[in-house]
Design a protein around this ligand. Structure first.
Ligand SMILES: Nc1ncnc2c1ncn2[C@@H]1O[C@H](COP(=O)(O)OP(=O)(O)OP(=O)(O)O)[C@@H](O)[C@H]1O
Ligand SMILES: [Mg+2]
Length: 272
């Protein structure tokens, strides 16, 4: 079966200007997400999660490699039709109501009339913004409500693949739970969901598989159960480790908690 998303050697280098050279944000990323999977992109700040997502969405042009969505080359109209996107820190016109926001997204994707109104009503129920809440202006929404309204917007065209960039950032634990439940509900409906986070616990109980990124490179990939051991949990704190040391640690202690591996065991100066 054609994968929902496939990238091969995906690479993005940013030119920083005359004196500052270039920055390699994503380096040779190979990734394959099957249809119906919930896939997590995990990594600390600056590890290349958003850049990778934007290339898959066709919002940024790769400097190398390729990305496909449902078999279509990223950035083509056919590829874009398959994807719904919730950006990191989305900016919404705050005078619109939740319903108006979703209607706006719907019109942008060429929908209208009764069909759109029925779809909006369904989506507002799905994201728990039914009734009065959906009619209030966005400026009165909490962060969690805003993320859910954005998610409804991303879903309006009934895309196969959803890309959610840090959907739970800044949302409190109860709100994060609601968003994670929604992701699982979308999975039940057969959707593919790719989402990013820098927090392991946000990914842990939803993602079928994850990729751990660090400085634009894939550090680990697989099912979380395999990457994490919940039975024998050790916490090792280390400082002053160079990259070789980190690698050795990874080889000799394959069951370490990823969180410690990529956030705590790295020396301060190598964290971006
Ligand atoms: N337009 C740009 N121009 C130059 N550098 C950029 C640009 N966009 C991103 N970068 C750099 O690329 C690297 C990866 O950034 P990216 O936003 O993809 O990381 P991220 O994993 O999404 O981080 P965060 O968790 O903070 O959202 C960072 O070093 C960042 O500074
Ligand atoms: Mg980001």
């Amino acid at each position: 079966m054609t994968p929902a998303v496939r990238t091969q050697g995906l690479r993005k280098e940013f030119a920083l200007g005359w004196f500052r050279g270039r920055l390699l944000a994503v380096e040779g990323l190979d990734m394959e997400v099957r249809k119906g999977e919930v896939f997590g992109l995990l990594g600390p700040n600056g590890s290349g999660k958003s850049t990778a997502m934007k290339m898959i969405l066709g919002l940024l042009r790769p400097t190398g490699g390729r990305a496909e969505v449902c078999g279509y080359r990223a950035g083509t109209i056919s590829a874009r039709r398959q994807i719904g996107f919730l950006p990191e820190n989305p900016y919404f016109p705050n005078f619109l109501s939740g319903i108006e926001l979703v209607r706006y997204y719907g019109r942008l994707s060429g929908m209208g009339g009764r069909k759109l109104e029925t779809r909006i009503a369904e989506l507002m129920e799905l994201v728990r913004l039914g009734g009065e809440a959906g009619k209030r202006p966005l400026r009165t929404y909490s962060k969690g409500m805003l993320q859910r309204a954005g998610l409804a917007g991303a879903l309006v065209g009934d895309p196969e693949v959803l890309m959610l960039d840090e959907p739970t950032a800044g949302v409190d634990p109860a709100g994060s739970r609601e968003i994670r439940d929604l992701i699982l509900e979308l999975k039940e409906r057969g959707k593919t969901v790719i989402f990013s986070s820098h927090l392991l616990e946000q990914v842990e109980d939803v993602a079928d598989r994850v990729i751990v990124l660090h400085r634009g490179k894939k550090l680990r990939e697989g099912r979380l159960e395999d990457l994490l051991s919940k039975k024998n949990e050790w916490q090792i704190r280390m400082q002053g480790l160079d990259e070789r040391g980190v690698q050795l640690l990874g080889e000799s202690a394959p069951r370490e908690r990823l969180e410690d591996y990529f956030l705590r065991s790295l020396p301060e100066e190598s964290r971006k």
